[in-house]
Design a protein around this ligand. Structure first.
Ligand code: 1GP
Length: 254
């Protein structure tokens, strides 16, 4: 099983470099928009394109991924909301287990059902402890997952959840306030969690400004994911990328 993309994320973390992923929702992106977005992303030095959404209702995931791959060499990482959001044309899959929830289906059930298909896809599989954090309003992910998010001010629950994920062997932790969250994950929570884990920490949901992205990186996020804000204003990509790539970390993992 290849591990190129995970290795690149780990290598960047160990060098103190931050990474930036732009999230493309196949339901919202059309042909021309994808071409333009990819061009902007390449020019801005975006590290990864994540593709997926909690509720992909269209059936052109393959088409979207193929189109992105035609336009650029950037790694395409699937961020699936359900097991049918798999495309063999992508490079890697965030193999998400919703460790913040207590819905057995999203912890392990759907993985069992889709395991042969996932293995056959040939994708790089990146085991990811997925933690949904309350973002101030119900988001698609909190509704669809049928699981309570971690309260935004309960840093200790987030810390223990991430620690458990790491000790269970997960390779990445993803803290997500949900797409379009009113409030992104707090810097205090990011700092608390990042201090207690040594695997890379992905943070997303409701990040709308380069300043916020910078502060999140400084607090300890290793990879920032932005979707909505860039859908609304694609020109934000450049500033976001600059802010993320210049940011230092104030904290160190143990
Ligand atoms: C959502 O983390 C991603 O799962 C991105 O969220 O669309 O709010 O940037 P936004």
């Amino acid at each position: 099983m290849n591990s190129n993309i995970l290795s690149s994320i780990i290598a960047k973390k160990s060098q103190g470099q931050k990474s930036f992923a732009v999230l493309v929702d196949p339901d919202k992106a059309s042909g021309r928009q994808i071409v333009d977005l990819v061009a902007l992303a390449v020019e801005a030095g975006v590290d990864y394109l994540f593709v997926g959404g909690s509720l992909v209702v269209s059936n052109h995931l393959d088409e979207v991924v193929q189109q992105i791959k035609k336009e650029c060499d950037m790694p395409v990482v699937l961020f699936p909301g359900s097991p049918n959001q798999i495309s063999r044309y992508a490079d890697a899959l965030l193999y998400l287990s919703l460790i913040s929830g207590r819905n057995a289906e999203l912890l392990i059930g759907q993985h069992v059902i889709s395991a042969p298909m996932v293995r056959q896809s040939g994708l790089e599989i990146m085991s990811t402890g997925y933690m949904v954090i309350d973002g101030g309003a119900p988001t698609t992910v909190s509704y669809i997952s049928n699981a309570n998010p971690i309260p935004a001010d309960k840093n200790e629950i987030a810390v223990c959840t991430a620690m458990a994920g790491e000790m269970l062997g997960m390779k990445l932790i993803y803290m997500d306030a949900g797409s379009g969250a009113k409030k992104p994950v707090s810097e205090q929570m990011i700092e608390a969690v990042s201090k207690q884990i040594s695997i890379p920490l992905i943070v997303g949901g409701g990040i709308t400004s380069p300043e916020q992205a910078y502060r999140d990186c400084r607090a300890g996020a290793d990879l920032i994911v932005v979707g909505n804000a860039i859908e609304k204003d694609p020109m934000l990509i450049r500033e976001m990328s600059e802010a993320i790539h210049k940011s230092p970390t104030l904290t160190t993992g143990h």
